[in-house]
Design a protein around this ligand. Structure first.
Ligand code: FES
Length: 175
């Protein structure tokens, strides 16, 4: 009997601790969600990158507002390829100049988010496949982007998005 009593008491204590634990969780969750940045703050956040070491032909992957962003220093040949295209033939007609900043046409900044269903295309890291047009390639359903990150083949409806950005000296600020 005494043993039973002890067991019952143990159970009551365990149940009380478990309830306190669950209660604690409910207390913490609203706190955590209050600490997370609001949508307004996220929408206003910027990404700053030093691009002084980015050589022609090199790319870097960064994160902008929780999404991948690709920055590429285009070679002269890549710019020539982009400028040789008849823009009227493009699905989403845009010139390289319209997708870059005047005086920094070699710096291409695009979101690393395929405009088909949102996969992250390849081509920004060394050794990655760049697709048939030398830009970016989304292997999910086979979208090929050219050296200006314009859609050239595959199901993606539009070019990779160019976010708002500025370049001052060697500092790139996205957002
Ligand atoms: S998500 Fe890129 S081709 Fe479908």
């Amino acid at each position: 009997m005494a043993e039973d009593g002890v067991r019952r008491r143990d159970f009551i204590e365990i149940a009380a601790v478990a309830t306190a634990g669950v209660g604690g969780l409910f207390t913490i969750l609203p706190l955590v969600s209050q600490m997370a940045p609001s949508k307004d703050v996220l929408a206003e956040s910027t990404t700053e990158l030093d691009i002084s070491a980015l050589e022609p032909g090199q790319s870097i992957k960064a994160v902008f507002r929780k999404q991948p962003v690709f920055v590429r220093n285009l070679t002269q040949a890549e710019m020539d390829d982009a400028n040789a295209v008849d823009v009227g033939d493009l699905r989403d007609p845009q010139t390289l100049a319209e997708r870059t900043l005047a005086g920094s046409e070699n710096i291409l900044v695009v979101m690393g988010v395929c405009t088909h269903l949102g996969c992250v295309p390849l081509g920004a890291a060394e050794g990655e496949v760049k697709g048939e047009y030398g830009g970016y390639f989304c292997p999910c359903h086979g979208s090929h982007y050219d050296t200006a990150a314009r859609i050239r083949k595959g199901p993606a409806p539009t070019n990779l998005e160019v976010p708002a950005y500025t370049i001052s000296d060697s500092t790139l600020v996205i957002g």
